[in-house]
Design a protein around this ligand. Sequence first.
Ligand code: DC
Length: 230
Amino acid sequence: MEAGSHVPVVTIDGPSGSGKGTISREVARHLGWHLLDSGALYRLVALLGSLRGVPPEDVAGHAALARAMDVEFGGNGQGGERIRVDGADVTRDVRSETTGQGASRVAAWPAVRDALLERQRAFARAPGLVADGRDMGTVIFPAADLKIFLTASAEERALRRYKQLKEKGSGANLAALSREIAERDRRDSTRAVAPLAPAPDARIVDSTGMSIVQVVASVLAAGRAQGLWS
Ligand code: DC
């Protein structure tokens, strides 16, 4: 592709546990496109902050980490992910509920969001990008070619998260997870900057009761209908 030519972007936004991560990964894999897991960036800022002893309320300290951290997304050679930050393997810690809560807190700070803006946009490289997050279609890629807002009932989201954590061998408690998801939804959708909300031109997909295969098929069908791929 020539320099400066259009790189197609698909955004998949939605609340915690809506399945965005899995669906985005599958769609990106199917198309052979790049993937941006923006939630992982907020998680890394929170995790690094706690590992480095940055005080929990130090906004500038977290923004500085967001700007300087050296992040490496890769595979573990067995179909799973491997995430390194500043050379350290943080694959497991980055997915914990504690880190998720920390991410939701630092994500409410405009300075941290600003610090991550260009880093996220740099993921848009040929042949295309699938971007997963909360504000991909509203703030980071407002001109995206296809915008999906993925939801599911709060009960189903808590249950999916529970199964995911169990599969990874992490401890999980369904009632506590439901409370945490409700709290995270509240914080993510009521914050002043880039709150979780569908873009006006997003296609809303309610995945309650749908399988991963069905949701992926509906995203692929939407892109096909728009002539984004065949
Ligand atoms: O998708 P996730 O659970 O990995 O996201 C962790 C937190 O990061 C989530 O609670 C809100 C925040 N986040 C955000 O504010 N904007 C994004 N684009 C992605 C995540």
